[in-house]
Design a protein. Structure first.
Length: 239
């Protein structure tokens, strides 16, 4: 015998619907809990590597990673302030510049030795190479004209006076020309005089012709030849 009361049938349907709804809620909750436990399980098992593809932008690198000096602490360098460190750094830079300058001088010296090989002035190549470029060019050019690079130069008791430029000056005179004690002294004295003249704008063979004729170049017939010979070496070495 069936119950045909509509009200009772409606209540039974509502009751079954509530039971299904509650069942679905319990299943969803159980699934959510399962996902959380699974996530925690893999996190503990694999650590940070499980999320390597998701970098954490909120993590900042430690100071010692950015600057290794932080590992030992700047204060652990007693008596060595930043100013001292800068001085040491400047010292290294200066030493590097000196090394490069020495290397350039050595290259110039080798080139001069090749040019002057077989002449007395060859022994002066190391000292001439250290002179200013313009002064070095004048030392070579003038010496070529005045003494054929030392072949025809003043001598004292058979000793070379190392004066290959016709330099008079006032030191240890021999026939009016200075007789130097060494090649180094000769280059230093004559190079110094040439440097003074160059600083007074006598920086070309034509202007430097006063070396030969002083203030009377207009009446000296040999000036043109002097300028031509000096120029041939000056411009080659000072280019």
């Amino acid at each position: 015998m069936t119950d045909d009361n509509p009200a009772k049938r409606l209540r039974r349907k509502e009751s079954r619907l509530r039971e299904l709804t509650e069942c679905k809620k319990r299943n969803i909750l159980a699934l959510f809990i399962l996902v959380i436990f699974a996530r925690l399980f893999f996190s503990v098992l694999f650590g940070d590597s499980a999320y390597a593809e998701r970098p954490n932008s909120s993590v900042h690198p430690r100071p010692e990673i950015i600057d290794p000096m932080e590992r030992i602490g700047r204060s652990s360098l007693p008596g060595y302030p930043v100013e001292k460190i800068c001085q040491v750094h400047s010292g290294f830079l200066e030493a590097g510049n000196i090394d490069r300058e020495n290397e350039k001088n050595k290259e110039k010296e080798v080139a001069l030795q090749d040019l002057l090989a077989g002449y007395p002035i060859e022994r002066m190549a190391p000292y001439i190479a250290k002179q200013d470029k313009t002064v070095a060019a004048f030392l070579i050019g003038i010496a070529r004209k005045e003494s054929t690079w030392g072949v025809h130069a003043p001598r004292l008791d058979g000793r070379d006076c190392y004066n290959y430029w016709g330099y008079k000056g006032s030191y240890n005179l021999v026939d009016g020309y200075s007789c130097f004690d060494s090649p180094e002294q000769a280059v230093a004295v004559v190079g110094g005089r040439l440097q003074t003249l160059v600083s007074q704008n006598l920086d070309t063979p034509a202007r430097m012709a006063v070396w030969k004729c002083g203030g009377q170049c207009a009446s000296d017939s040999g000036v043109a030849g002097w300028i031509a010979t000096v120029s041939g070496y000056f411009y080659k070495l000072n280019s």
